[in-house]
Structures are given as C-alpha cells and as structure tokens.
Design a protein around this ligand. Sequence first.
Ligand code: PLP
Length: 442
Amino acid sequence: VNYTGKPDISREKSAELYDKSKGYFPGGVNSPVRAFKSVHGTPLFIQKGDGCFVWDADGNKFIDFCASWGPLILGHNHAGVREKVVEVMQNGMSFGAPTALENQLAELILKNNKYIQKLRFTSSGTEAVMSAIRLARGYTKRDKIIKFEGCYHGHSDSLLVKAGSGLVTFGETSSAGIPKAFADETIVVPLNSDEAVKAAFEQFSDQIAAVIIEPVPANNGLLLQTKEFLEFLRAICTKNNTLLIFDEVISGFRVGFEGAAGFYQIKPDIITYGKIIGGGLPVGMYGSSVEIMEMISPDGPVYQAGTLSGNPVAMAAGIAQLTELSKSSFYKDLNNKAQEFTESIQRFATARNYKFKIFSIASIFWFAFTDQEAISSADQIESSSMEKFKVFHRELLNRGVYLGPSGYEVGFVSSAHSKIELEKAKRAIFESLDFVFRGARA
Ligand code: PLP
C-alpha cells in the first residue's frame, strides 16, 4: 500500500503479457526504453488511447504525458487524423509509386517553413538523420561529423557514439556491433561549450562534414541551449564550410510549426524531422536547400531510398495532423496551457523547498530532481536524482498519471489535455512530490 493507504495499481494482466513477450522479444519489448528498467514494476501494456488518456490491459486509466514519445500533439485517436487515415486506406495501403498525398503533405510543410526548400520522406527519425549525415558527407566530400554528448539522433552506426574522456574526443561506440572505424569519424563534444567546438575545428577544420545537434536537446533530460550557442554553431560552420544539421525529430512541429529553427530564427543547412509529421504512424523526413537536396538520388550521387517512404496512410495522418497545427493560434494556445501547468508545479515545489525543477520549452517539459537553476549539458545531471524519479514515477502511476519510464525522458502536453485534466494531473504530481520528499511507505 502507498501512504494514502491505497494499494498499488494492479498490473496483473500487463505482467502476464510481459511474461509472454519476454519469450518473443529481447527484454520483452521492441524498443529498449519501454522495458521499465529504470522505474518500478513491469511495463504497462497499453490497450487503447483517447484524447489525453491511455488505458492499460488491467483497465487502469492514465492521463498520458508520454504521447508515444511526442508525435501525438493532438492527443490519442484524434478524430480528424483517424478519419483521414481510414478514408485513404479505402483505396489501398501502399503502391511503391508516387501519390498526390506526398505532394499535399510536402506543400503543407514547405509553404509554412522558410528554412527548407525541398525534402525527402523516410519512415523513421533514425533513417532521416542517417540520410542527412550521408547527404552532408556527399555534399562536402568530407567524412567527420561533430555531435554533442547528451544528444540522441537515432540508432544508426555513426551516431551511436558517446564521448570518451577529455574536451574533444573521438567517440567511443555506445553499442556493441559498431566498428571502431565508424566511431573514429564522429567527434563528440559537450553541449553548450564554445571552447570544445572551437578546439574540434582547430584540429580537424577541413575534415568536418557536419555539426549535428538537437537544437532542443530532449533525449537526456531537457538540456536547453542558449540562442547564442546555436548562433555560434551557425557561424563556425559557415566559416569552415561545414554543414549545420538541426535534428528536430522532437522539436520539429512541437516548439512551433517551424520547429527550433523558427523558434531561435537560425537557419541550419539540413533539418531532420520525424514523429509529429506521422501523427502516430511511421514517418521521418529531411529537408534542405534545392542545391543541397539535388545531391540526392535520382538527381544526384547520394543514394537513399525506402519501399514504404511516403506511404499513403502515413501521409494521410500527417496531412490531417499538420493541417490542425497550421491553424493560427494552435501553438499559442498549447504553449500557454503548458506554461501554466509547469509554472504552477514549480511554484508548489519551490514553496516547499523541494530539490526539484521543472524545465520546459513550449509544450515539452522535464522533471528534474535538482536545485540547479539551469542544466545545459549531460554531465550536470546527478545520476542519484534518478532514484527519486523512480519513486515519483510509481506514485504517479498509482495516481493515474503516465510518464515515459525514465527520469531522462521529457514529457509532452498535447492539445487534448483539458484544463480540468491538467488540474487533476497537478494534484497527482503534488501528492507524488510530497511522497518523494516527505512520505514513507506504510
Ligand atoms: N533524433 C531525435 C532527436 C530523436 O528524438 C529520435 C527518437 O526519439 C530520433 C532521432 C530517432 O527517431 P526514430 O525513433 O523515429 O527512429
């Protein structure tokens, strides 16, 4: 039982399903973070979602802030998205030939985004970023890339690389199965450090094809960067004929229709997007200027392809979702709602002197058990804070709030979170914080 005297929620059916799934999939899951390794209990198997809610196999209902890791900015099972998908599916699901739907989605994106002129759809964020790196290498005829410690760019070989020790390091692979030669082409530097980036350029200036960054780093906590740092990257890339890649798989269409590029008003050379443009179906894309995109096959020598790229069903979901997002006050309303939510949580924690911060931008937030005013690089995160998150996560589940199962993951407010539900979620968050800092289990 928890301190309110109620037992933990039942996970019996989820646990049964997990027992089975462990026989089918490594760790019982098809993507590692789903396995609840860093929080209490076994993964919840989700049965359905509607609006801001999800229900698990045991019938527990949660206000969901994971939103399938970001794409569901309109909430689960949005009627407009679902109806468009069903309509398009009546005519078949894939042709491996062009359809008008690809043009429609591209128009919707390009007409509302001044940072790119041409794009290519892929089926995941990983593919989009992997292709963007190949494009940058093909265009510049250079091999090395700079990435930042604490940024995630999907699981392609060149990018599953972590920092070694020292300011500028050739990366070390962060997964088995990646040849060292790949990691040798990836230079890993800390976020928010002009000094480290300068040092890397001093050593390798004419070999660096691209600098890739999540302009809103949201995969290792929320490590917000200053506009000045991003501007510095723009300038140093221009000076060295290196391409700047913004990986906006999370921030794209989330911090605004034009993503972080629009938010900070900085023009990268290539942008990658994913998640939100699929409205819950598998889509990614990368875009750039006409000149750079002409390098892509069949126009140019950089090969990139996909059987299901531009798949009509995924395009339909994207068209319906992005049409909603392109309406005039969409982001203002969503961001105001999210800001009220995060500010009142911070007021509560501050009034009680809890070592707790909620960092946020637009409708993305991160619960951090820290008293630091800002966290802008991965090494500032105290790993001991994750023990507190673990308890917090369990208490939130007990009170009907679902967050991604790791303290390094961010949460998302969607347009489907009504003020009433956000109030309920806040109460659950307040009680859970009280429990983390003051409570004891009975
Ligand atoms: N880039 C960023 C910034 C991401 O957040 C992610 C996934 O979360 C990816 C790339 C990889 O996208 P996907 O999981 O669709 O392959």
